[in-house]
Design a protein around this ligand. Structure first.
Ligand code: PEP
Ligand code: MG
Length: 581
């Protein structure tokens, strides 16, 4: 039995079937076949055509459900083209007469067709040619056993891929997905974040050979706790893992017992535990664990799957729905933060050498005020219906923040003039995720109502380590003393101006850092809902007063490993060790 190792980024254990996904088409081999191989090759063609047919049928149905009949028409046309007898006969002829393998026959048929269409020099035919190429890519994909579409997952799939972008993840029907195995990524890349938000186990940094060595449909165990993958498991190991899954489920149920308990330290400090969400589908899980509202709603994720950005009305309805569902609990909604690794497929953004240092987040909003204002109007209108706050991402200077605040005032005035109700006291918060903003937190604290520390970006920008780069993933650490010093400074700046400070980056769910954050005086953490009850369990064991010494010690240390080891030891000795959470 083959096994692989990687870095676990979303916990849980699942047994599922491999679904290989490849964006890039692998090299297509074309060659001559012998006469006795013709029948086999014709059979391969028929099978591939059937798989491509099923794939397209599934996409067509999904498109008509999600995007409407008109959008589904194109797939209907694709199915028609795929089954066109003229086309099939041409390929069969090339296989039988010219003795080409299927891939070779498809390529040749396409080349001949392109030549014909090119001579016609007509836009309509050029368009049709692109469609035909697309149809053929489904055929070639089926032949290679590599599926290059994500909207057609068989139930119980574990996606095995080099890497996935947030917009690709958006295409996946999460009900059908059991796990991710990826070559690329980091602990805080958005794929990992989404996996954690959805409670789907994931392992990254896995040997690239897995892509060639596992077959579609093969059963694998994905151990998202230890970072292990077992291919076609049998006997003892399968039995062991089945037992582990049962034990995990039991533990989860036990934890649910904590949902009605208070999140409070032994010495009476209440720590609010809110949820980070990327989709409305996650709201039920937040309610299940009785989270203290939403601490971060990443609005860009709402638009990844769609064909365009939503207009004001659609957005207003979505935000209002979140408020209704949260039924009085506070909801923090972050303004659009596209760019970096979150490109909207339909939004034209330039190819950049350093997208994380480029046209991202608020920089886009300030330039595209049409988009920005419609989001602000929708949010302000929704503020009439519940406890909503606006969170501004990616601010690096006071000037930028003031410009944003100016636009918010403009939009508020518009609403006044139109007699549209909104909450005039709506709170405006600032993401602290760029070192310049953290350093200047004392000045920013006078400008906004609350801070939310985005450690995911704060770490990458402070220590110059790309959060998505698996090669340098070991350098990306929330224990870095410079990062902790910045966080401490931000908390103190917030306290001096009496504004709330929370942490919404992934470090908020780091059990070893939790005592440090509590000692610093953080009173709110926001994390994937799957981590809330464990955090609560730990908080209830802490005493803020006793942690003063821990914080002091940590702040004197100069190395990330030293801090990490110290905090792990502290937990083992004082908080029930590995069972602390
Ligand atoms: C962060 O940077 O910590 C954060 C919460 O935002 P995102 O992960 O969406 O960049
Ligand atoms: Mg960020």
């Amino acid at each position: 039995m083959k096994s692989y190792r990687g870095t676990p980024v979303s916990r849980g254990i699942v047994i599922g079937k491999v679904y290989k996904y490849s964006r890039k088409r692998t090299l297509i081999k074309t060659y001559q076949i012998d006469v006795e191989e013709v029948a086999e090759e014709l059979k391969r063609f028929a099978e591939a055509r059937e798989i491509a047919h099923q794939t397209l049928l599934h996409i067509k149905e999904k498109a008509s459900r999600d995007l409407g009949e008109s959008q589904a028409q194109i797939f209907k046309a694709y199915i028609h083209m795929l089954n066109d007898p003229v086309f099939s006969e041409k390929i069969q002829e090339l296989i039988s007469e010219e003795r080409l393998n299927v891939e070779g026959a498809i390529q040749k048929a396409l080349a001949e067709l392109s030549e014909k269409f090119r001579r016609l020099d007509n836009d309509y035919f050029q368009e049709r040619l692109r469609d035909i190429e697309d149809v053929l890519s489904y055929l070639l994909g089926a032949l290679q056993g590599n599926t290059n579409n994500l909207s057609n997952l068989p139930e119980g799939s574990i996606i095995v891929a080099e890497d996935l972008t947030p917009s690709e993840i958006a295409l996946i029907d999460k009900e059908l997905l059991k796990g991710f195995v990826l070559k690329q990524g980091g602990m805080t890349s958005h794929t990992s974040i989404v996996a954690r938000s959805l409670g789907i186990p994931a392992i990254i940094n896995v040997d690239k050979r897995i892509m060639d060595e596992v077959k579609n449909g093969e059963v694998i165990i994905l151990d998202g706790i230890r970072g292990e993958i077992y291919v076609s498991p049998e006997g003892e190991i399968l039995e062991r893992y089945r037992k582990k899954i049962t034990i995990l489920k039991k533990k989860e149920e036990e934890l649910l017992g904590l949902s009605q308990e208070e999140s409070i330290t032994r010495d009476g400090q209440r720590i609010r535990l809110a949820a980070n969400i990327n989709s409305l589908a996650e709201l039920d899980s937040v309610l299940r664990v009785n989270g203290d509202g939403i601490g971060l709603l990443r609005t860009e994720f709402l638009f990844l799957k769609k064909e365009h950005l939503f207009d004001e009305e659609r957005q207003f309805k979505i935000y209002k729905k979140v408020l209704e569902k949260m039924d009085g609990r506070p909801v923090v909604i972050r303004l659009l933060d596209i760019g970096g690794d979150k490109d909207l497929p339909y939004f034209e953004s330039p190819k950049e050498i350093n997208p994380f240092l480029g046209w991202r987040g608020i920089r886009i909003s300030l330039e595209r005020q049409d988009i920005f204002k419609s989001q602000l109007r929708a949010l302000l209108r929704a503020s009439h219906y519940g406890d909503i706050s606006i969170l501004i991402p990616f601010i690096s200077s006071i000037e930028e923040l003031r410009e944003v605040k100016g636009i918010i005032i403009e939009v508020k005035n518009e609403l006044e003039q139109e007699d549209i109700p909104y909450n005039r006291q709506i709170k405006i918060g600032l993401m602290i995720e760029i070192p310049s903003t953290a350093v200047m937190a004392h000045a920013f604290a006078r400008e906004v109502d609350f801070f939310s520390i985005g450690t995911n970006d704060l770490i990458q920008y402070t220590i110059a380590v790309d959060r998505n780069n698996s090669r340098i993933a070991s350098l990306y650490t929330p224990f870095h003393p410079a990062v902790l010093k910045l966080i401490h400074q931000v908390v103190k700046a917030g306290q001096a101006e009496k504004i709330g400070v929370s942490i919404c980056g992934e470090a908020a769910a780091n059990k070893y850092l939790l005592p440090v954050f509590v000692a610093m005086g953080i009173t709110e953490l926001s994390m994937s809902s799957g981590y809330i009850l464990e955090a609560k369990k730990l908080i209830r064991k802490l005493s803020r007063e006793e942690l003063g010494q821990v914080l002091e010690k940590v702040m004197e240390m100069n190395q990330a490993v030293e801090i990490e080891e110290y905090l792990k030891r502290y937990m083992e000795e004082n908080l029930g060790g590995k069972n602390g959470r």
